[in-house]
Design a binder for this molecule. Structure first.
Ligand code: RB5
Length: 148
């Protein structure tokens, strides 16, 4: 099982707290990189912290939340080697791993309820990248990071 680096801005703080509790009860190793209260912060700063951890630890995945999940996923996808997927349903969470080899799951704390978010997270964690033709496409995304 991969280690999880989890973070959120103030808009995702409540959901992050629920998910940290869930990861604890399901014995998934994780590190909570903040925030630790609902004081207003800038979501790109949280995205950067989690993405740096994920990039430096190949056997890890990231989980990021802001109010909608949109800002933090846009910020996460600016980072090299990060493929962040904003998911509000379990099908997208499964395909994000299976086809996109996504290594950061993003959710909106003001969008998905905590029970659905737990299902999305657990689906993301148990799904595997299928490789094959999908690897070729992922490689093309990596090339974009070098050419732009
Ligand atoms: C903060 O109010 C909010 O803008 C942020 O959490 C996020 O939803 C941005 O995309």
């Amino acid at each position: 099982m991969k280690k999880i680096y989890i973070g959120a801005d103030h808009g995702g703080f409540d959901l992050k707290s629920e998910l940290c509790e869930y990861l604890t009860t399901t014995f998934v190793e994780f590190e909570d990189i903040g925030v630790y209260n609902t004081d207003s912060v800038d979501y790109p700063d949280i995205a950067t912290k989690v993405c740096k951890m994920v990039d430096s630890d190949p056997n890890s995945l990231g989980v990021l939340m802001c109010g909608t999940g949109i800002g933090i996923s846009i910020a996460a996808n600016k980072h090299r080697n990060i493929r962040a997927a904003l998911c509000s349903d379990t099908y997208s969470a499964r395909m994000a791993r299976a086809h996109n080899d996504s290594n950061v799951l993003c959710m909106g704390g003001r969008v998905v309820g905590s029970e659905l978010a737990k299902d999305i997270l657990s689906t993301f964690l148990k799904s595997e990248f299928e490789g094959g033709r999908h690897k070729r496409r992922i490689d093309k995304i990596s090339e974009l990071e070098n050419n732009i």
